[in-house]
Design a protein around this ligand. Structure first.
Ligand code: TXA
Ligand code: MG
Length: 353
């Protein structure tokens, strides 16, 4: 299959190319596009055949449901039994990085929801995403546009890497702003529950709708709890090299740095290629210690860490490192979402000093 890469300079004549992609999407094709969180891989959500092609292109297990992207809040009613809480959340956070899970209507094929009776819905805020959905005239099922198991794409090059030859169009809208996937909140039951943490934090949700739970499986991933978002059970976001997080309960950064330097030395002496991922504050202390040292933003501005995380993990793949060491990012708010992704990327491997 030929994959066409088009640029999304939405106010210029290139708009024509986005229109071609939109028509292709409406005809059952696969189109990757930028959103404010990560790049998505879109197909017509109400066309079971089209949705099936997403699973093939990604190599994704078919029990892992897709998020349906809409461009108008009213479209939520077409596909879901909407309740008061969902309406309030949509009003507060859409368009934006929040996905709302509701009981689905019959019109949504089980092929899109992975066999579930609920459907996950999100209205993205990225202008290219909104325009593509609007122009296509369809509701767009879109997982992150990576090969299943790899870190989510935060720029078009990442999608080109994973999807060339497998999909019809890639719309290049530059680097995304947020860098980690949307917060998922399930409001189909009694108590609203966060199934995946993201840029919209628990506190932000609670300010709007009152008490919110976190899916217990997110807190205790190794204790046999089954996450309610099927996708959260896979050890994805993982780089090829083995990632270990190093942390200190006493907040002893010096000790963490010393430990990482020690671990890196040992592995290099044993002949392995080693990567270190560090925030700006400690970065200089690692220079020369590993084969590849990557900066992952500024600890005091968590949004910069979110924005660089997946790109860094992919760069370690490109550099073929065998072992990666990273400082951990415990905390509330966005740190909680960052740490959720890091722990998954590390297969929960954490070393305490
Ligand atoms: O930010 C995002 O949400 C990005 C962009 C492209 O919008 N999309 C994304 O999709 O991250 P994906 O497929 O990579 O992750 C969707 C997650 C999976 O963990 C899946 O199991 C969960 O959402 N999910 C989808 N529908 C669900 C449902 N009905 N109930 C529970 N979890 C659901
Ligand atoms: Mg994904």
């Amino acid at each position: 299959m030929k994959t066409t890469v088009v640029r999304a300079q939405y106010k210029t004549k290139d708009g024509n190319e986005l229109t071609k992609a939109a028509i292709c999407l409406a005809d059952g094709g696969l189109v990757a596009f930028p959103t404010e969180t990560v790049y998505g891989l879109g197909a017509d959500a109400l066309n079971a055949e089209a949705a099936k092609r997403i699973y093939e292109a990604k190599g994704r297990p078919s029990d892992n449901p897709l998020i349906v992207h809409i461009a108008k809040v009213e479209d939520m009613d077409k596909i879901a039994h909407v309740n008061e809480m969902a309406t309030v959340l949509a009003q507060a956070f859409w368009p934006g990085p929040l996905t709302i899970v509701l009981p689905k209507k019959d019109i949504v094929p089980y092929g899109t929801t992975g066999g579930l009776d609920t459907v996950a819905i999100r209205m993205p805020s990225h202008p290219v995403a909104l325009r593509l959905i609007e122009e296509s005239g369809v509701l767009v099922a879109a997982p992150s546009a990576n090969t299943s198991g790899r870190p989510s794409p935060t720029k078009a090059d990442h999608v080109v890497e994973d999807m060339t030859g497998k999909i019809d169009y890639i719309i290049d809208g530059g680097e995304v702003g947020i860098g980690i996937e949307s917060t998922i909140v399930d409001v189909s039951g009694e108590i609203p529950t966060i199934l995946r943490p993201g840029f919209i934090t628990k506190k932000m949700l609670e300010d709007v709708i009152g008490p919110v739970m976190i899916d217990p499986a997110l807190e205790k991933p190794l204790d046999g709890f089954r996450p309610k978002a099927p996708g959260m059970k896979y050890t994805h976001y993982a780089p090829k090299g083995e990632l270990t997080l190093v942390e200190s309960d006493a907040d002893d950064t010096e000790a963490v740095v010393r430990q990482i330097i020690q671990l890196a030395k040992e592995k290099r002496e044993a002949g392995f290629r080693v990567g270190i991922m560090a925030p700006e504050g400690t970065l200089s202390q690692y220079q020369g210690v590993a084969d590849v040292v990557l900066c992952v933003g500024n600890r005091d501005e968590q949004s910069t860490v979110a924005a660089h995380l997946y790109g860094a993990l992919r760069d370690f793949d490109t550099e073929n490192v065998d072992y990666i060491y990273a400082e951990s990012f415990r905390g509330d708010g966005l740190s909680y979402a960052i740490m959720n992704r890091l722990l998954k990327a590390a297969g929960q491997r954490v070393m305490k000093v």
